[in-house]
Design a protein around this ligand. Sequence first.
Ligand SMILES: Cc1ncc(COP(=O)(O)O)c(C=O)c1O
Length: 491
Amino acid sequence: MNDRRDDERKGFTPHDERSPLPALADREGVLDDLSRVISGAWSSFDAPRPAEPTLEDDRRRRLEGDLPEDAGDAEEALSDAARILDASVSPSRPLYLGYIGSTGLEIGVLASALLSTYDVNLAVTAGGADLVEDQALRWLADFVGFPLAEGAFTSGGMTSNLTALLAARERAIPEARTEGVGARRVAIYTSEESHHSIVRAVEVCGVGSRSVRMIPTDERHRMRPDALREDISEDISEGIIPVAVVATGGTTLTGAVDPLSPIADVCGDFGVWLHVDGAYGLPAAATESASSLFEGLGRADSATLDAHKWLGVQKSCSAVLMREPGRLRAAFGHEERYMLHEGDVANPVDLTLEYSRPLRSLKLWLAFRVHGAAKYREWIEKTLGNARKLAEEIRRSPDFELLHDPMLSTVCFRHTPSDTSGLDDHNLRLANLMQRDGRVFLAPASVDGKACLRVCFVNFRTTPEEVSLVLDVAREIGEGMADGETKPEEK
Ligand SMILES: Cc1ncc(COP(=O)(O)O)c(C=O)c1O
C-alpha cells in the first residue's frame, strides 16, 4: 500500500488503473513462484534422474481443451507449464546425450528473461543493445580464432548457413539477387557427410539442389580435397560457375572436421568462397587439444557457429561470421520508404536475412562475462575428454563395437551381443528403448551402413564418472532384449 502511495507521489499511476493493459494481477507473487520453479529445475539438472516422469492424466486432458475465452489464473497456468516442461525431454539434463544438445547455462535463463522483458528489436537501431551484439560477435570470433569483419546473430545454423550462401552467391554472380542466375549453371560443393541444412539453403537460394556436388570423404569421414579439386576444375571446364565450398567443422553424425587448410588452398586456386559450417564443432577450435583440427579456419570467407549447442546457451543463438566487410550489405542491403538511410550508413536490416530480431547475443555476452573464456575452454575440453573416455571403454568391451575414433565429442557405436544376428535391428530397438527408459538419452543413427547408437557430449554438466553409465545402461537393456526379456512396443 505504501508503495502505491509512493508511486502516486512520484506521479506514477499504478499500471492496471491507468489502462486496460494486460498487467498480471500479482507481479511480485508470480515472479516469486517462478523463481522457485526455476531454481527447482536447476537443482534437478545437477544430477541425472533415475527415469523420466510422465505427465498426469488430468494435465494431459487439459492439453486437449479448446481455446479459453475467459481469463484464467496465472499461477495455475504457470504451474501447468512448469509441470509439462518437467515431463518433457530437456537437453539440460546431464545424461541427455542425444542429437546435439546443450547445457542450458543458468545465466542464459536470466538473459532470456531480461531480453524478453525489454524485447528490443534489432531490425532497427536499438542503442546499447547494438553494442552488446557487436561485442558478443567480436568475443565469439576471438574465442575460436576467426578474423571477423562483420557478422550477425541468427536463429540457428540453418539460417547462418543460408546467410553465408546468399552472400557467396552474390559475390560469384553479382546482382543474382535481383536478376536471378538465369540460364547460368552453378555449383556448390560440400561433403557427403555435411548437414542437410546446406542442401536446404541451396534450394532457398534458388539455384536448385541439383547444383550441390557431394564430395566423397576419406576413411575418417572428412571431405577429400583432391576430389574437390577435380570436381571444381571439371565444372569450370564445362562453364559451370562454382559459387561456394562448404566445409564442415564437426559433422553432425561423427564429429569429423574437414581438412580446412587443403580445402582453403583449393578455394584460393579457383577463387571460390569457402564457408565453414561449424554449427556444432567450431567451439572446439578454442581448445588446446582440438584447435589444430581447425587450422586454416582464418582463411575461410565465412563460418557458422551455434552458441545454442556447444557454448551452452539457450535456443536460439547462432552466429554467422564474415571475413570481408561489405558482403552482407551486398546480399541484403535495400532502400525502403519506411527505413530511410542516414547518408551511406547501413541500417541493421541491410545486413541480415531477418527483419524483427531479438537480442539473442545477450545470452552469450552474459555467459562470457560471468564465466569467462578460460572456464569455457575447460568445459569444452571436459566434454572432449568424455568422448575419449567412452571410446576407450567401448574399445575395451568385447560386447560393443566402436564405429569411428572420435575427432570431437561425438561417438557412434553398437551393441554386439554374441547371440544376436540382426545387429541393425537390435541397435535401433535398443536406442528406442533407451530413449524411453530415460536414464541415458541417446539417439539412433547409421554410420557406413551400420545402424548404431550415437552420443554427443556437449553438456558441461556431464561428469566423467557418469560416462560409464552409457555402456552400463545399454548393456543392461540390450542384454534383456537379446534374452527376449524386453518386448518393446513400437513407437
Ligand atoms: C553441422 C550442422 N550444421 C547445421 C545445423 C543446423 O543447425 P540449427 O538446428 O541450429 O538450425 C546442425 C544441427 O545439428 C549441424 O549439426
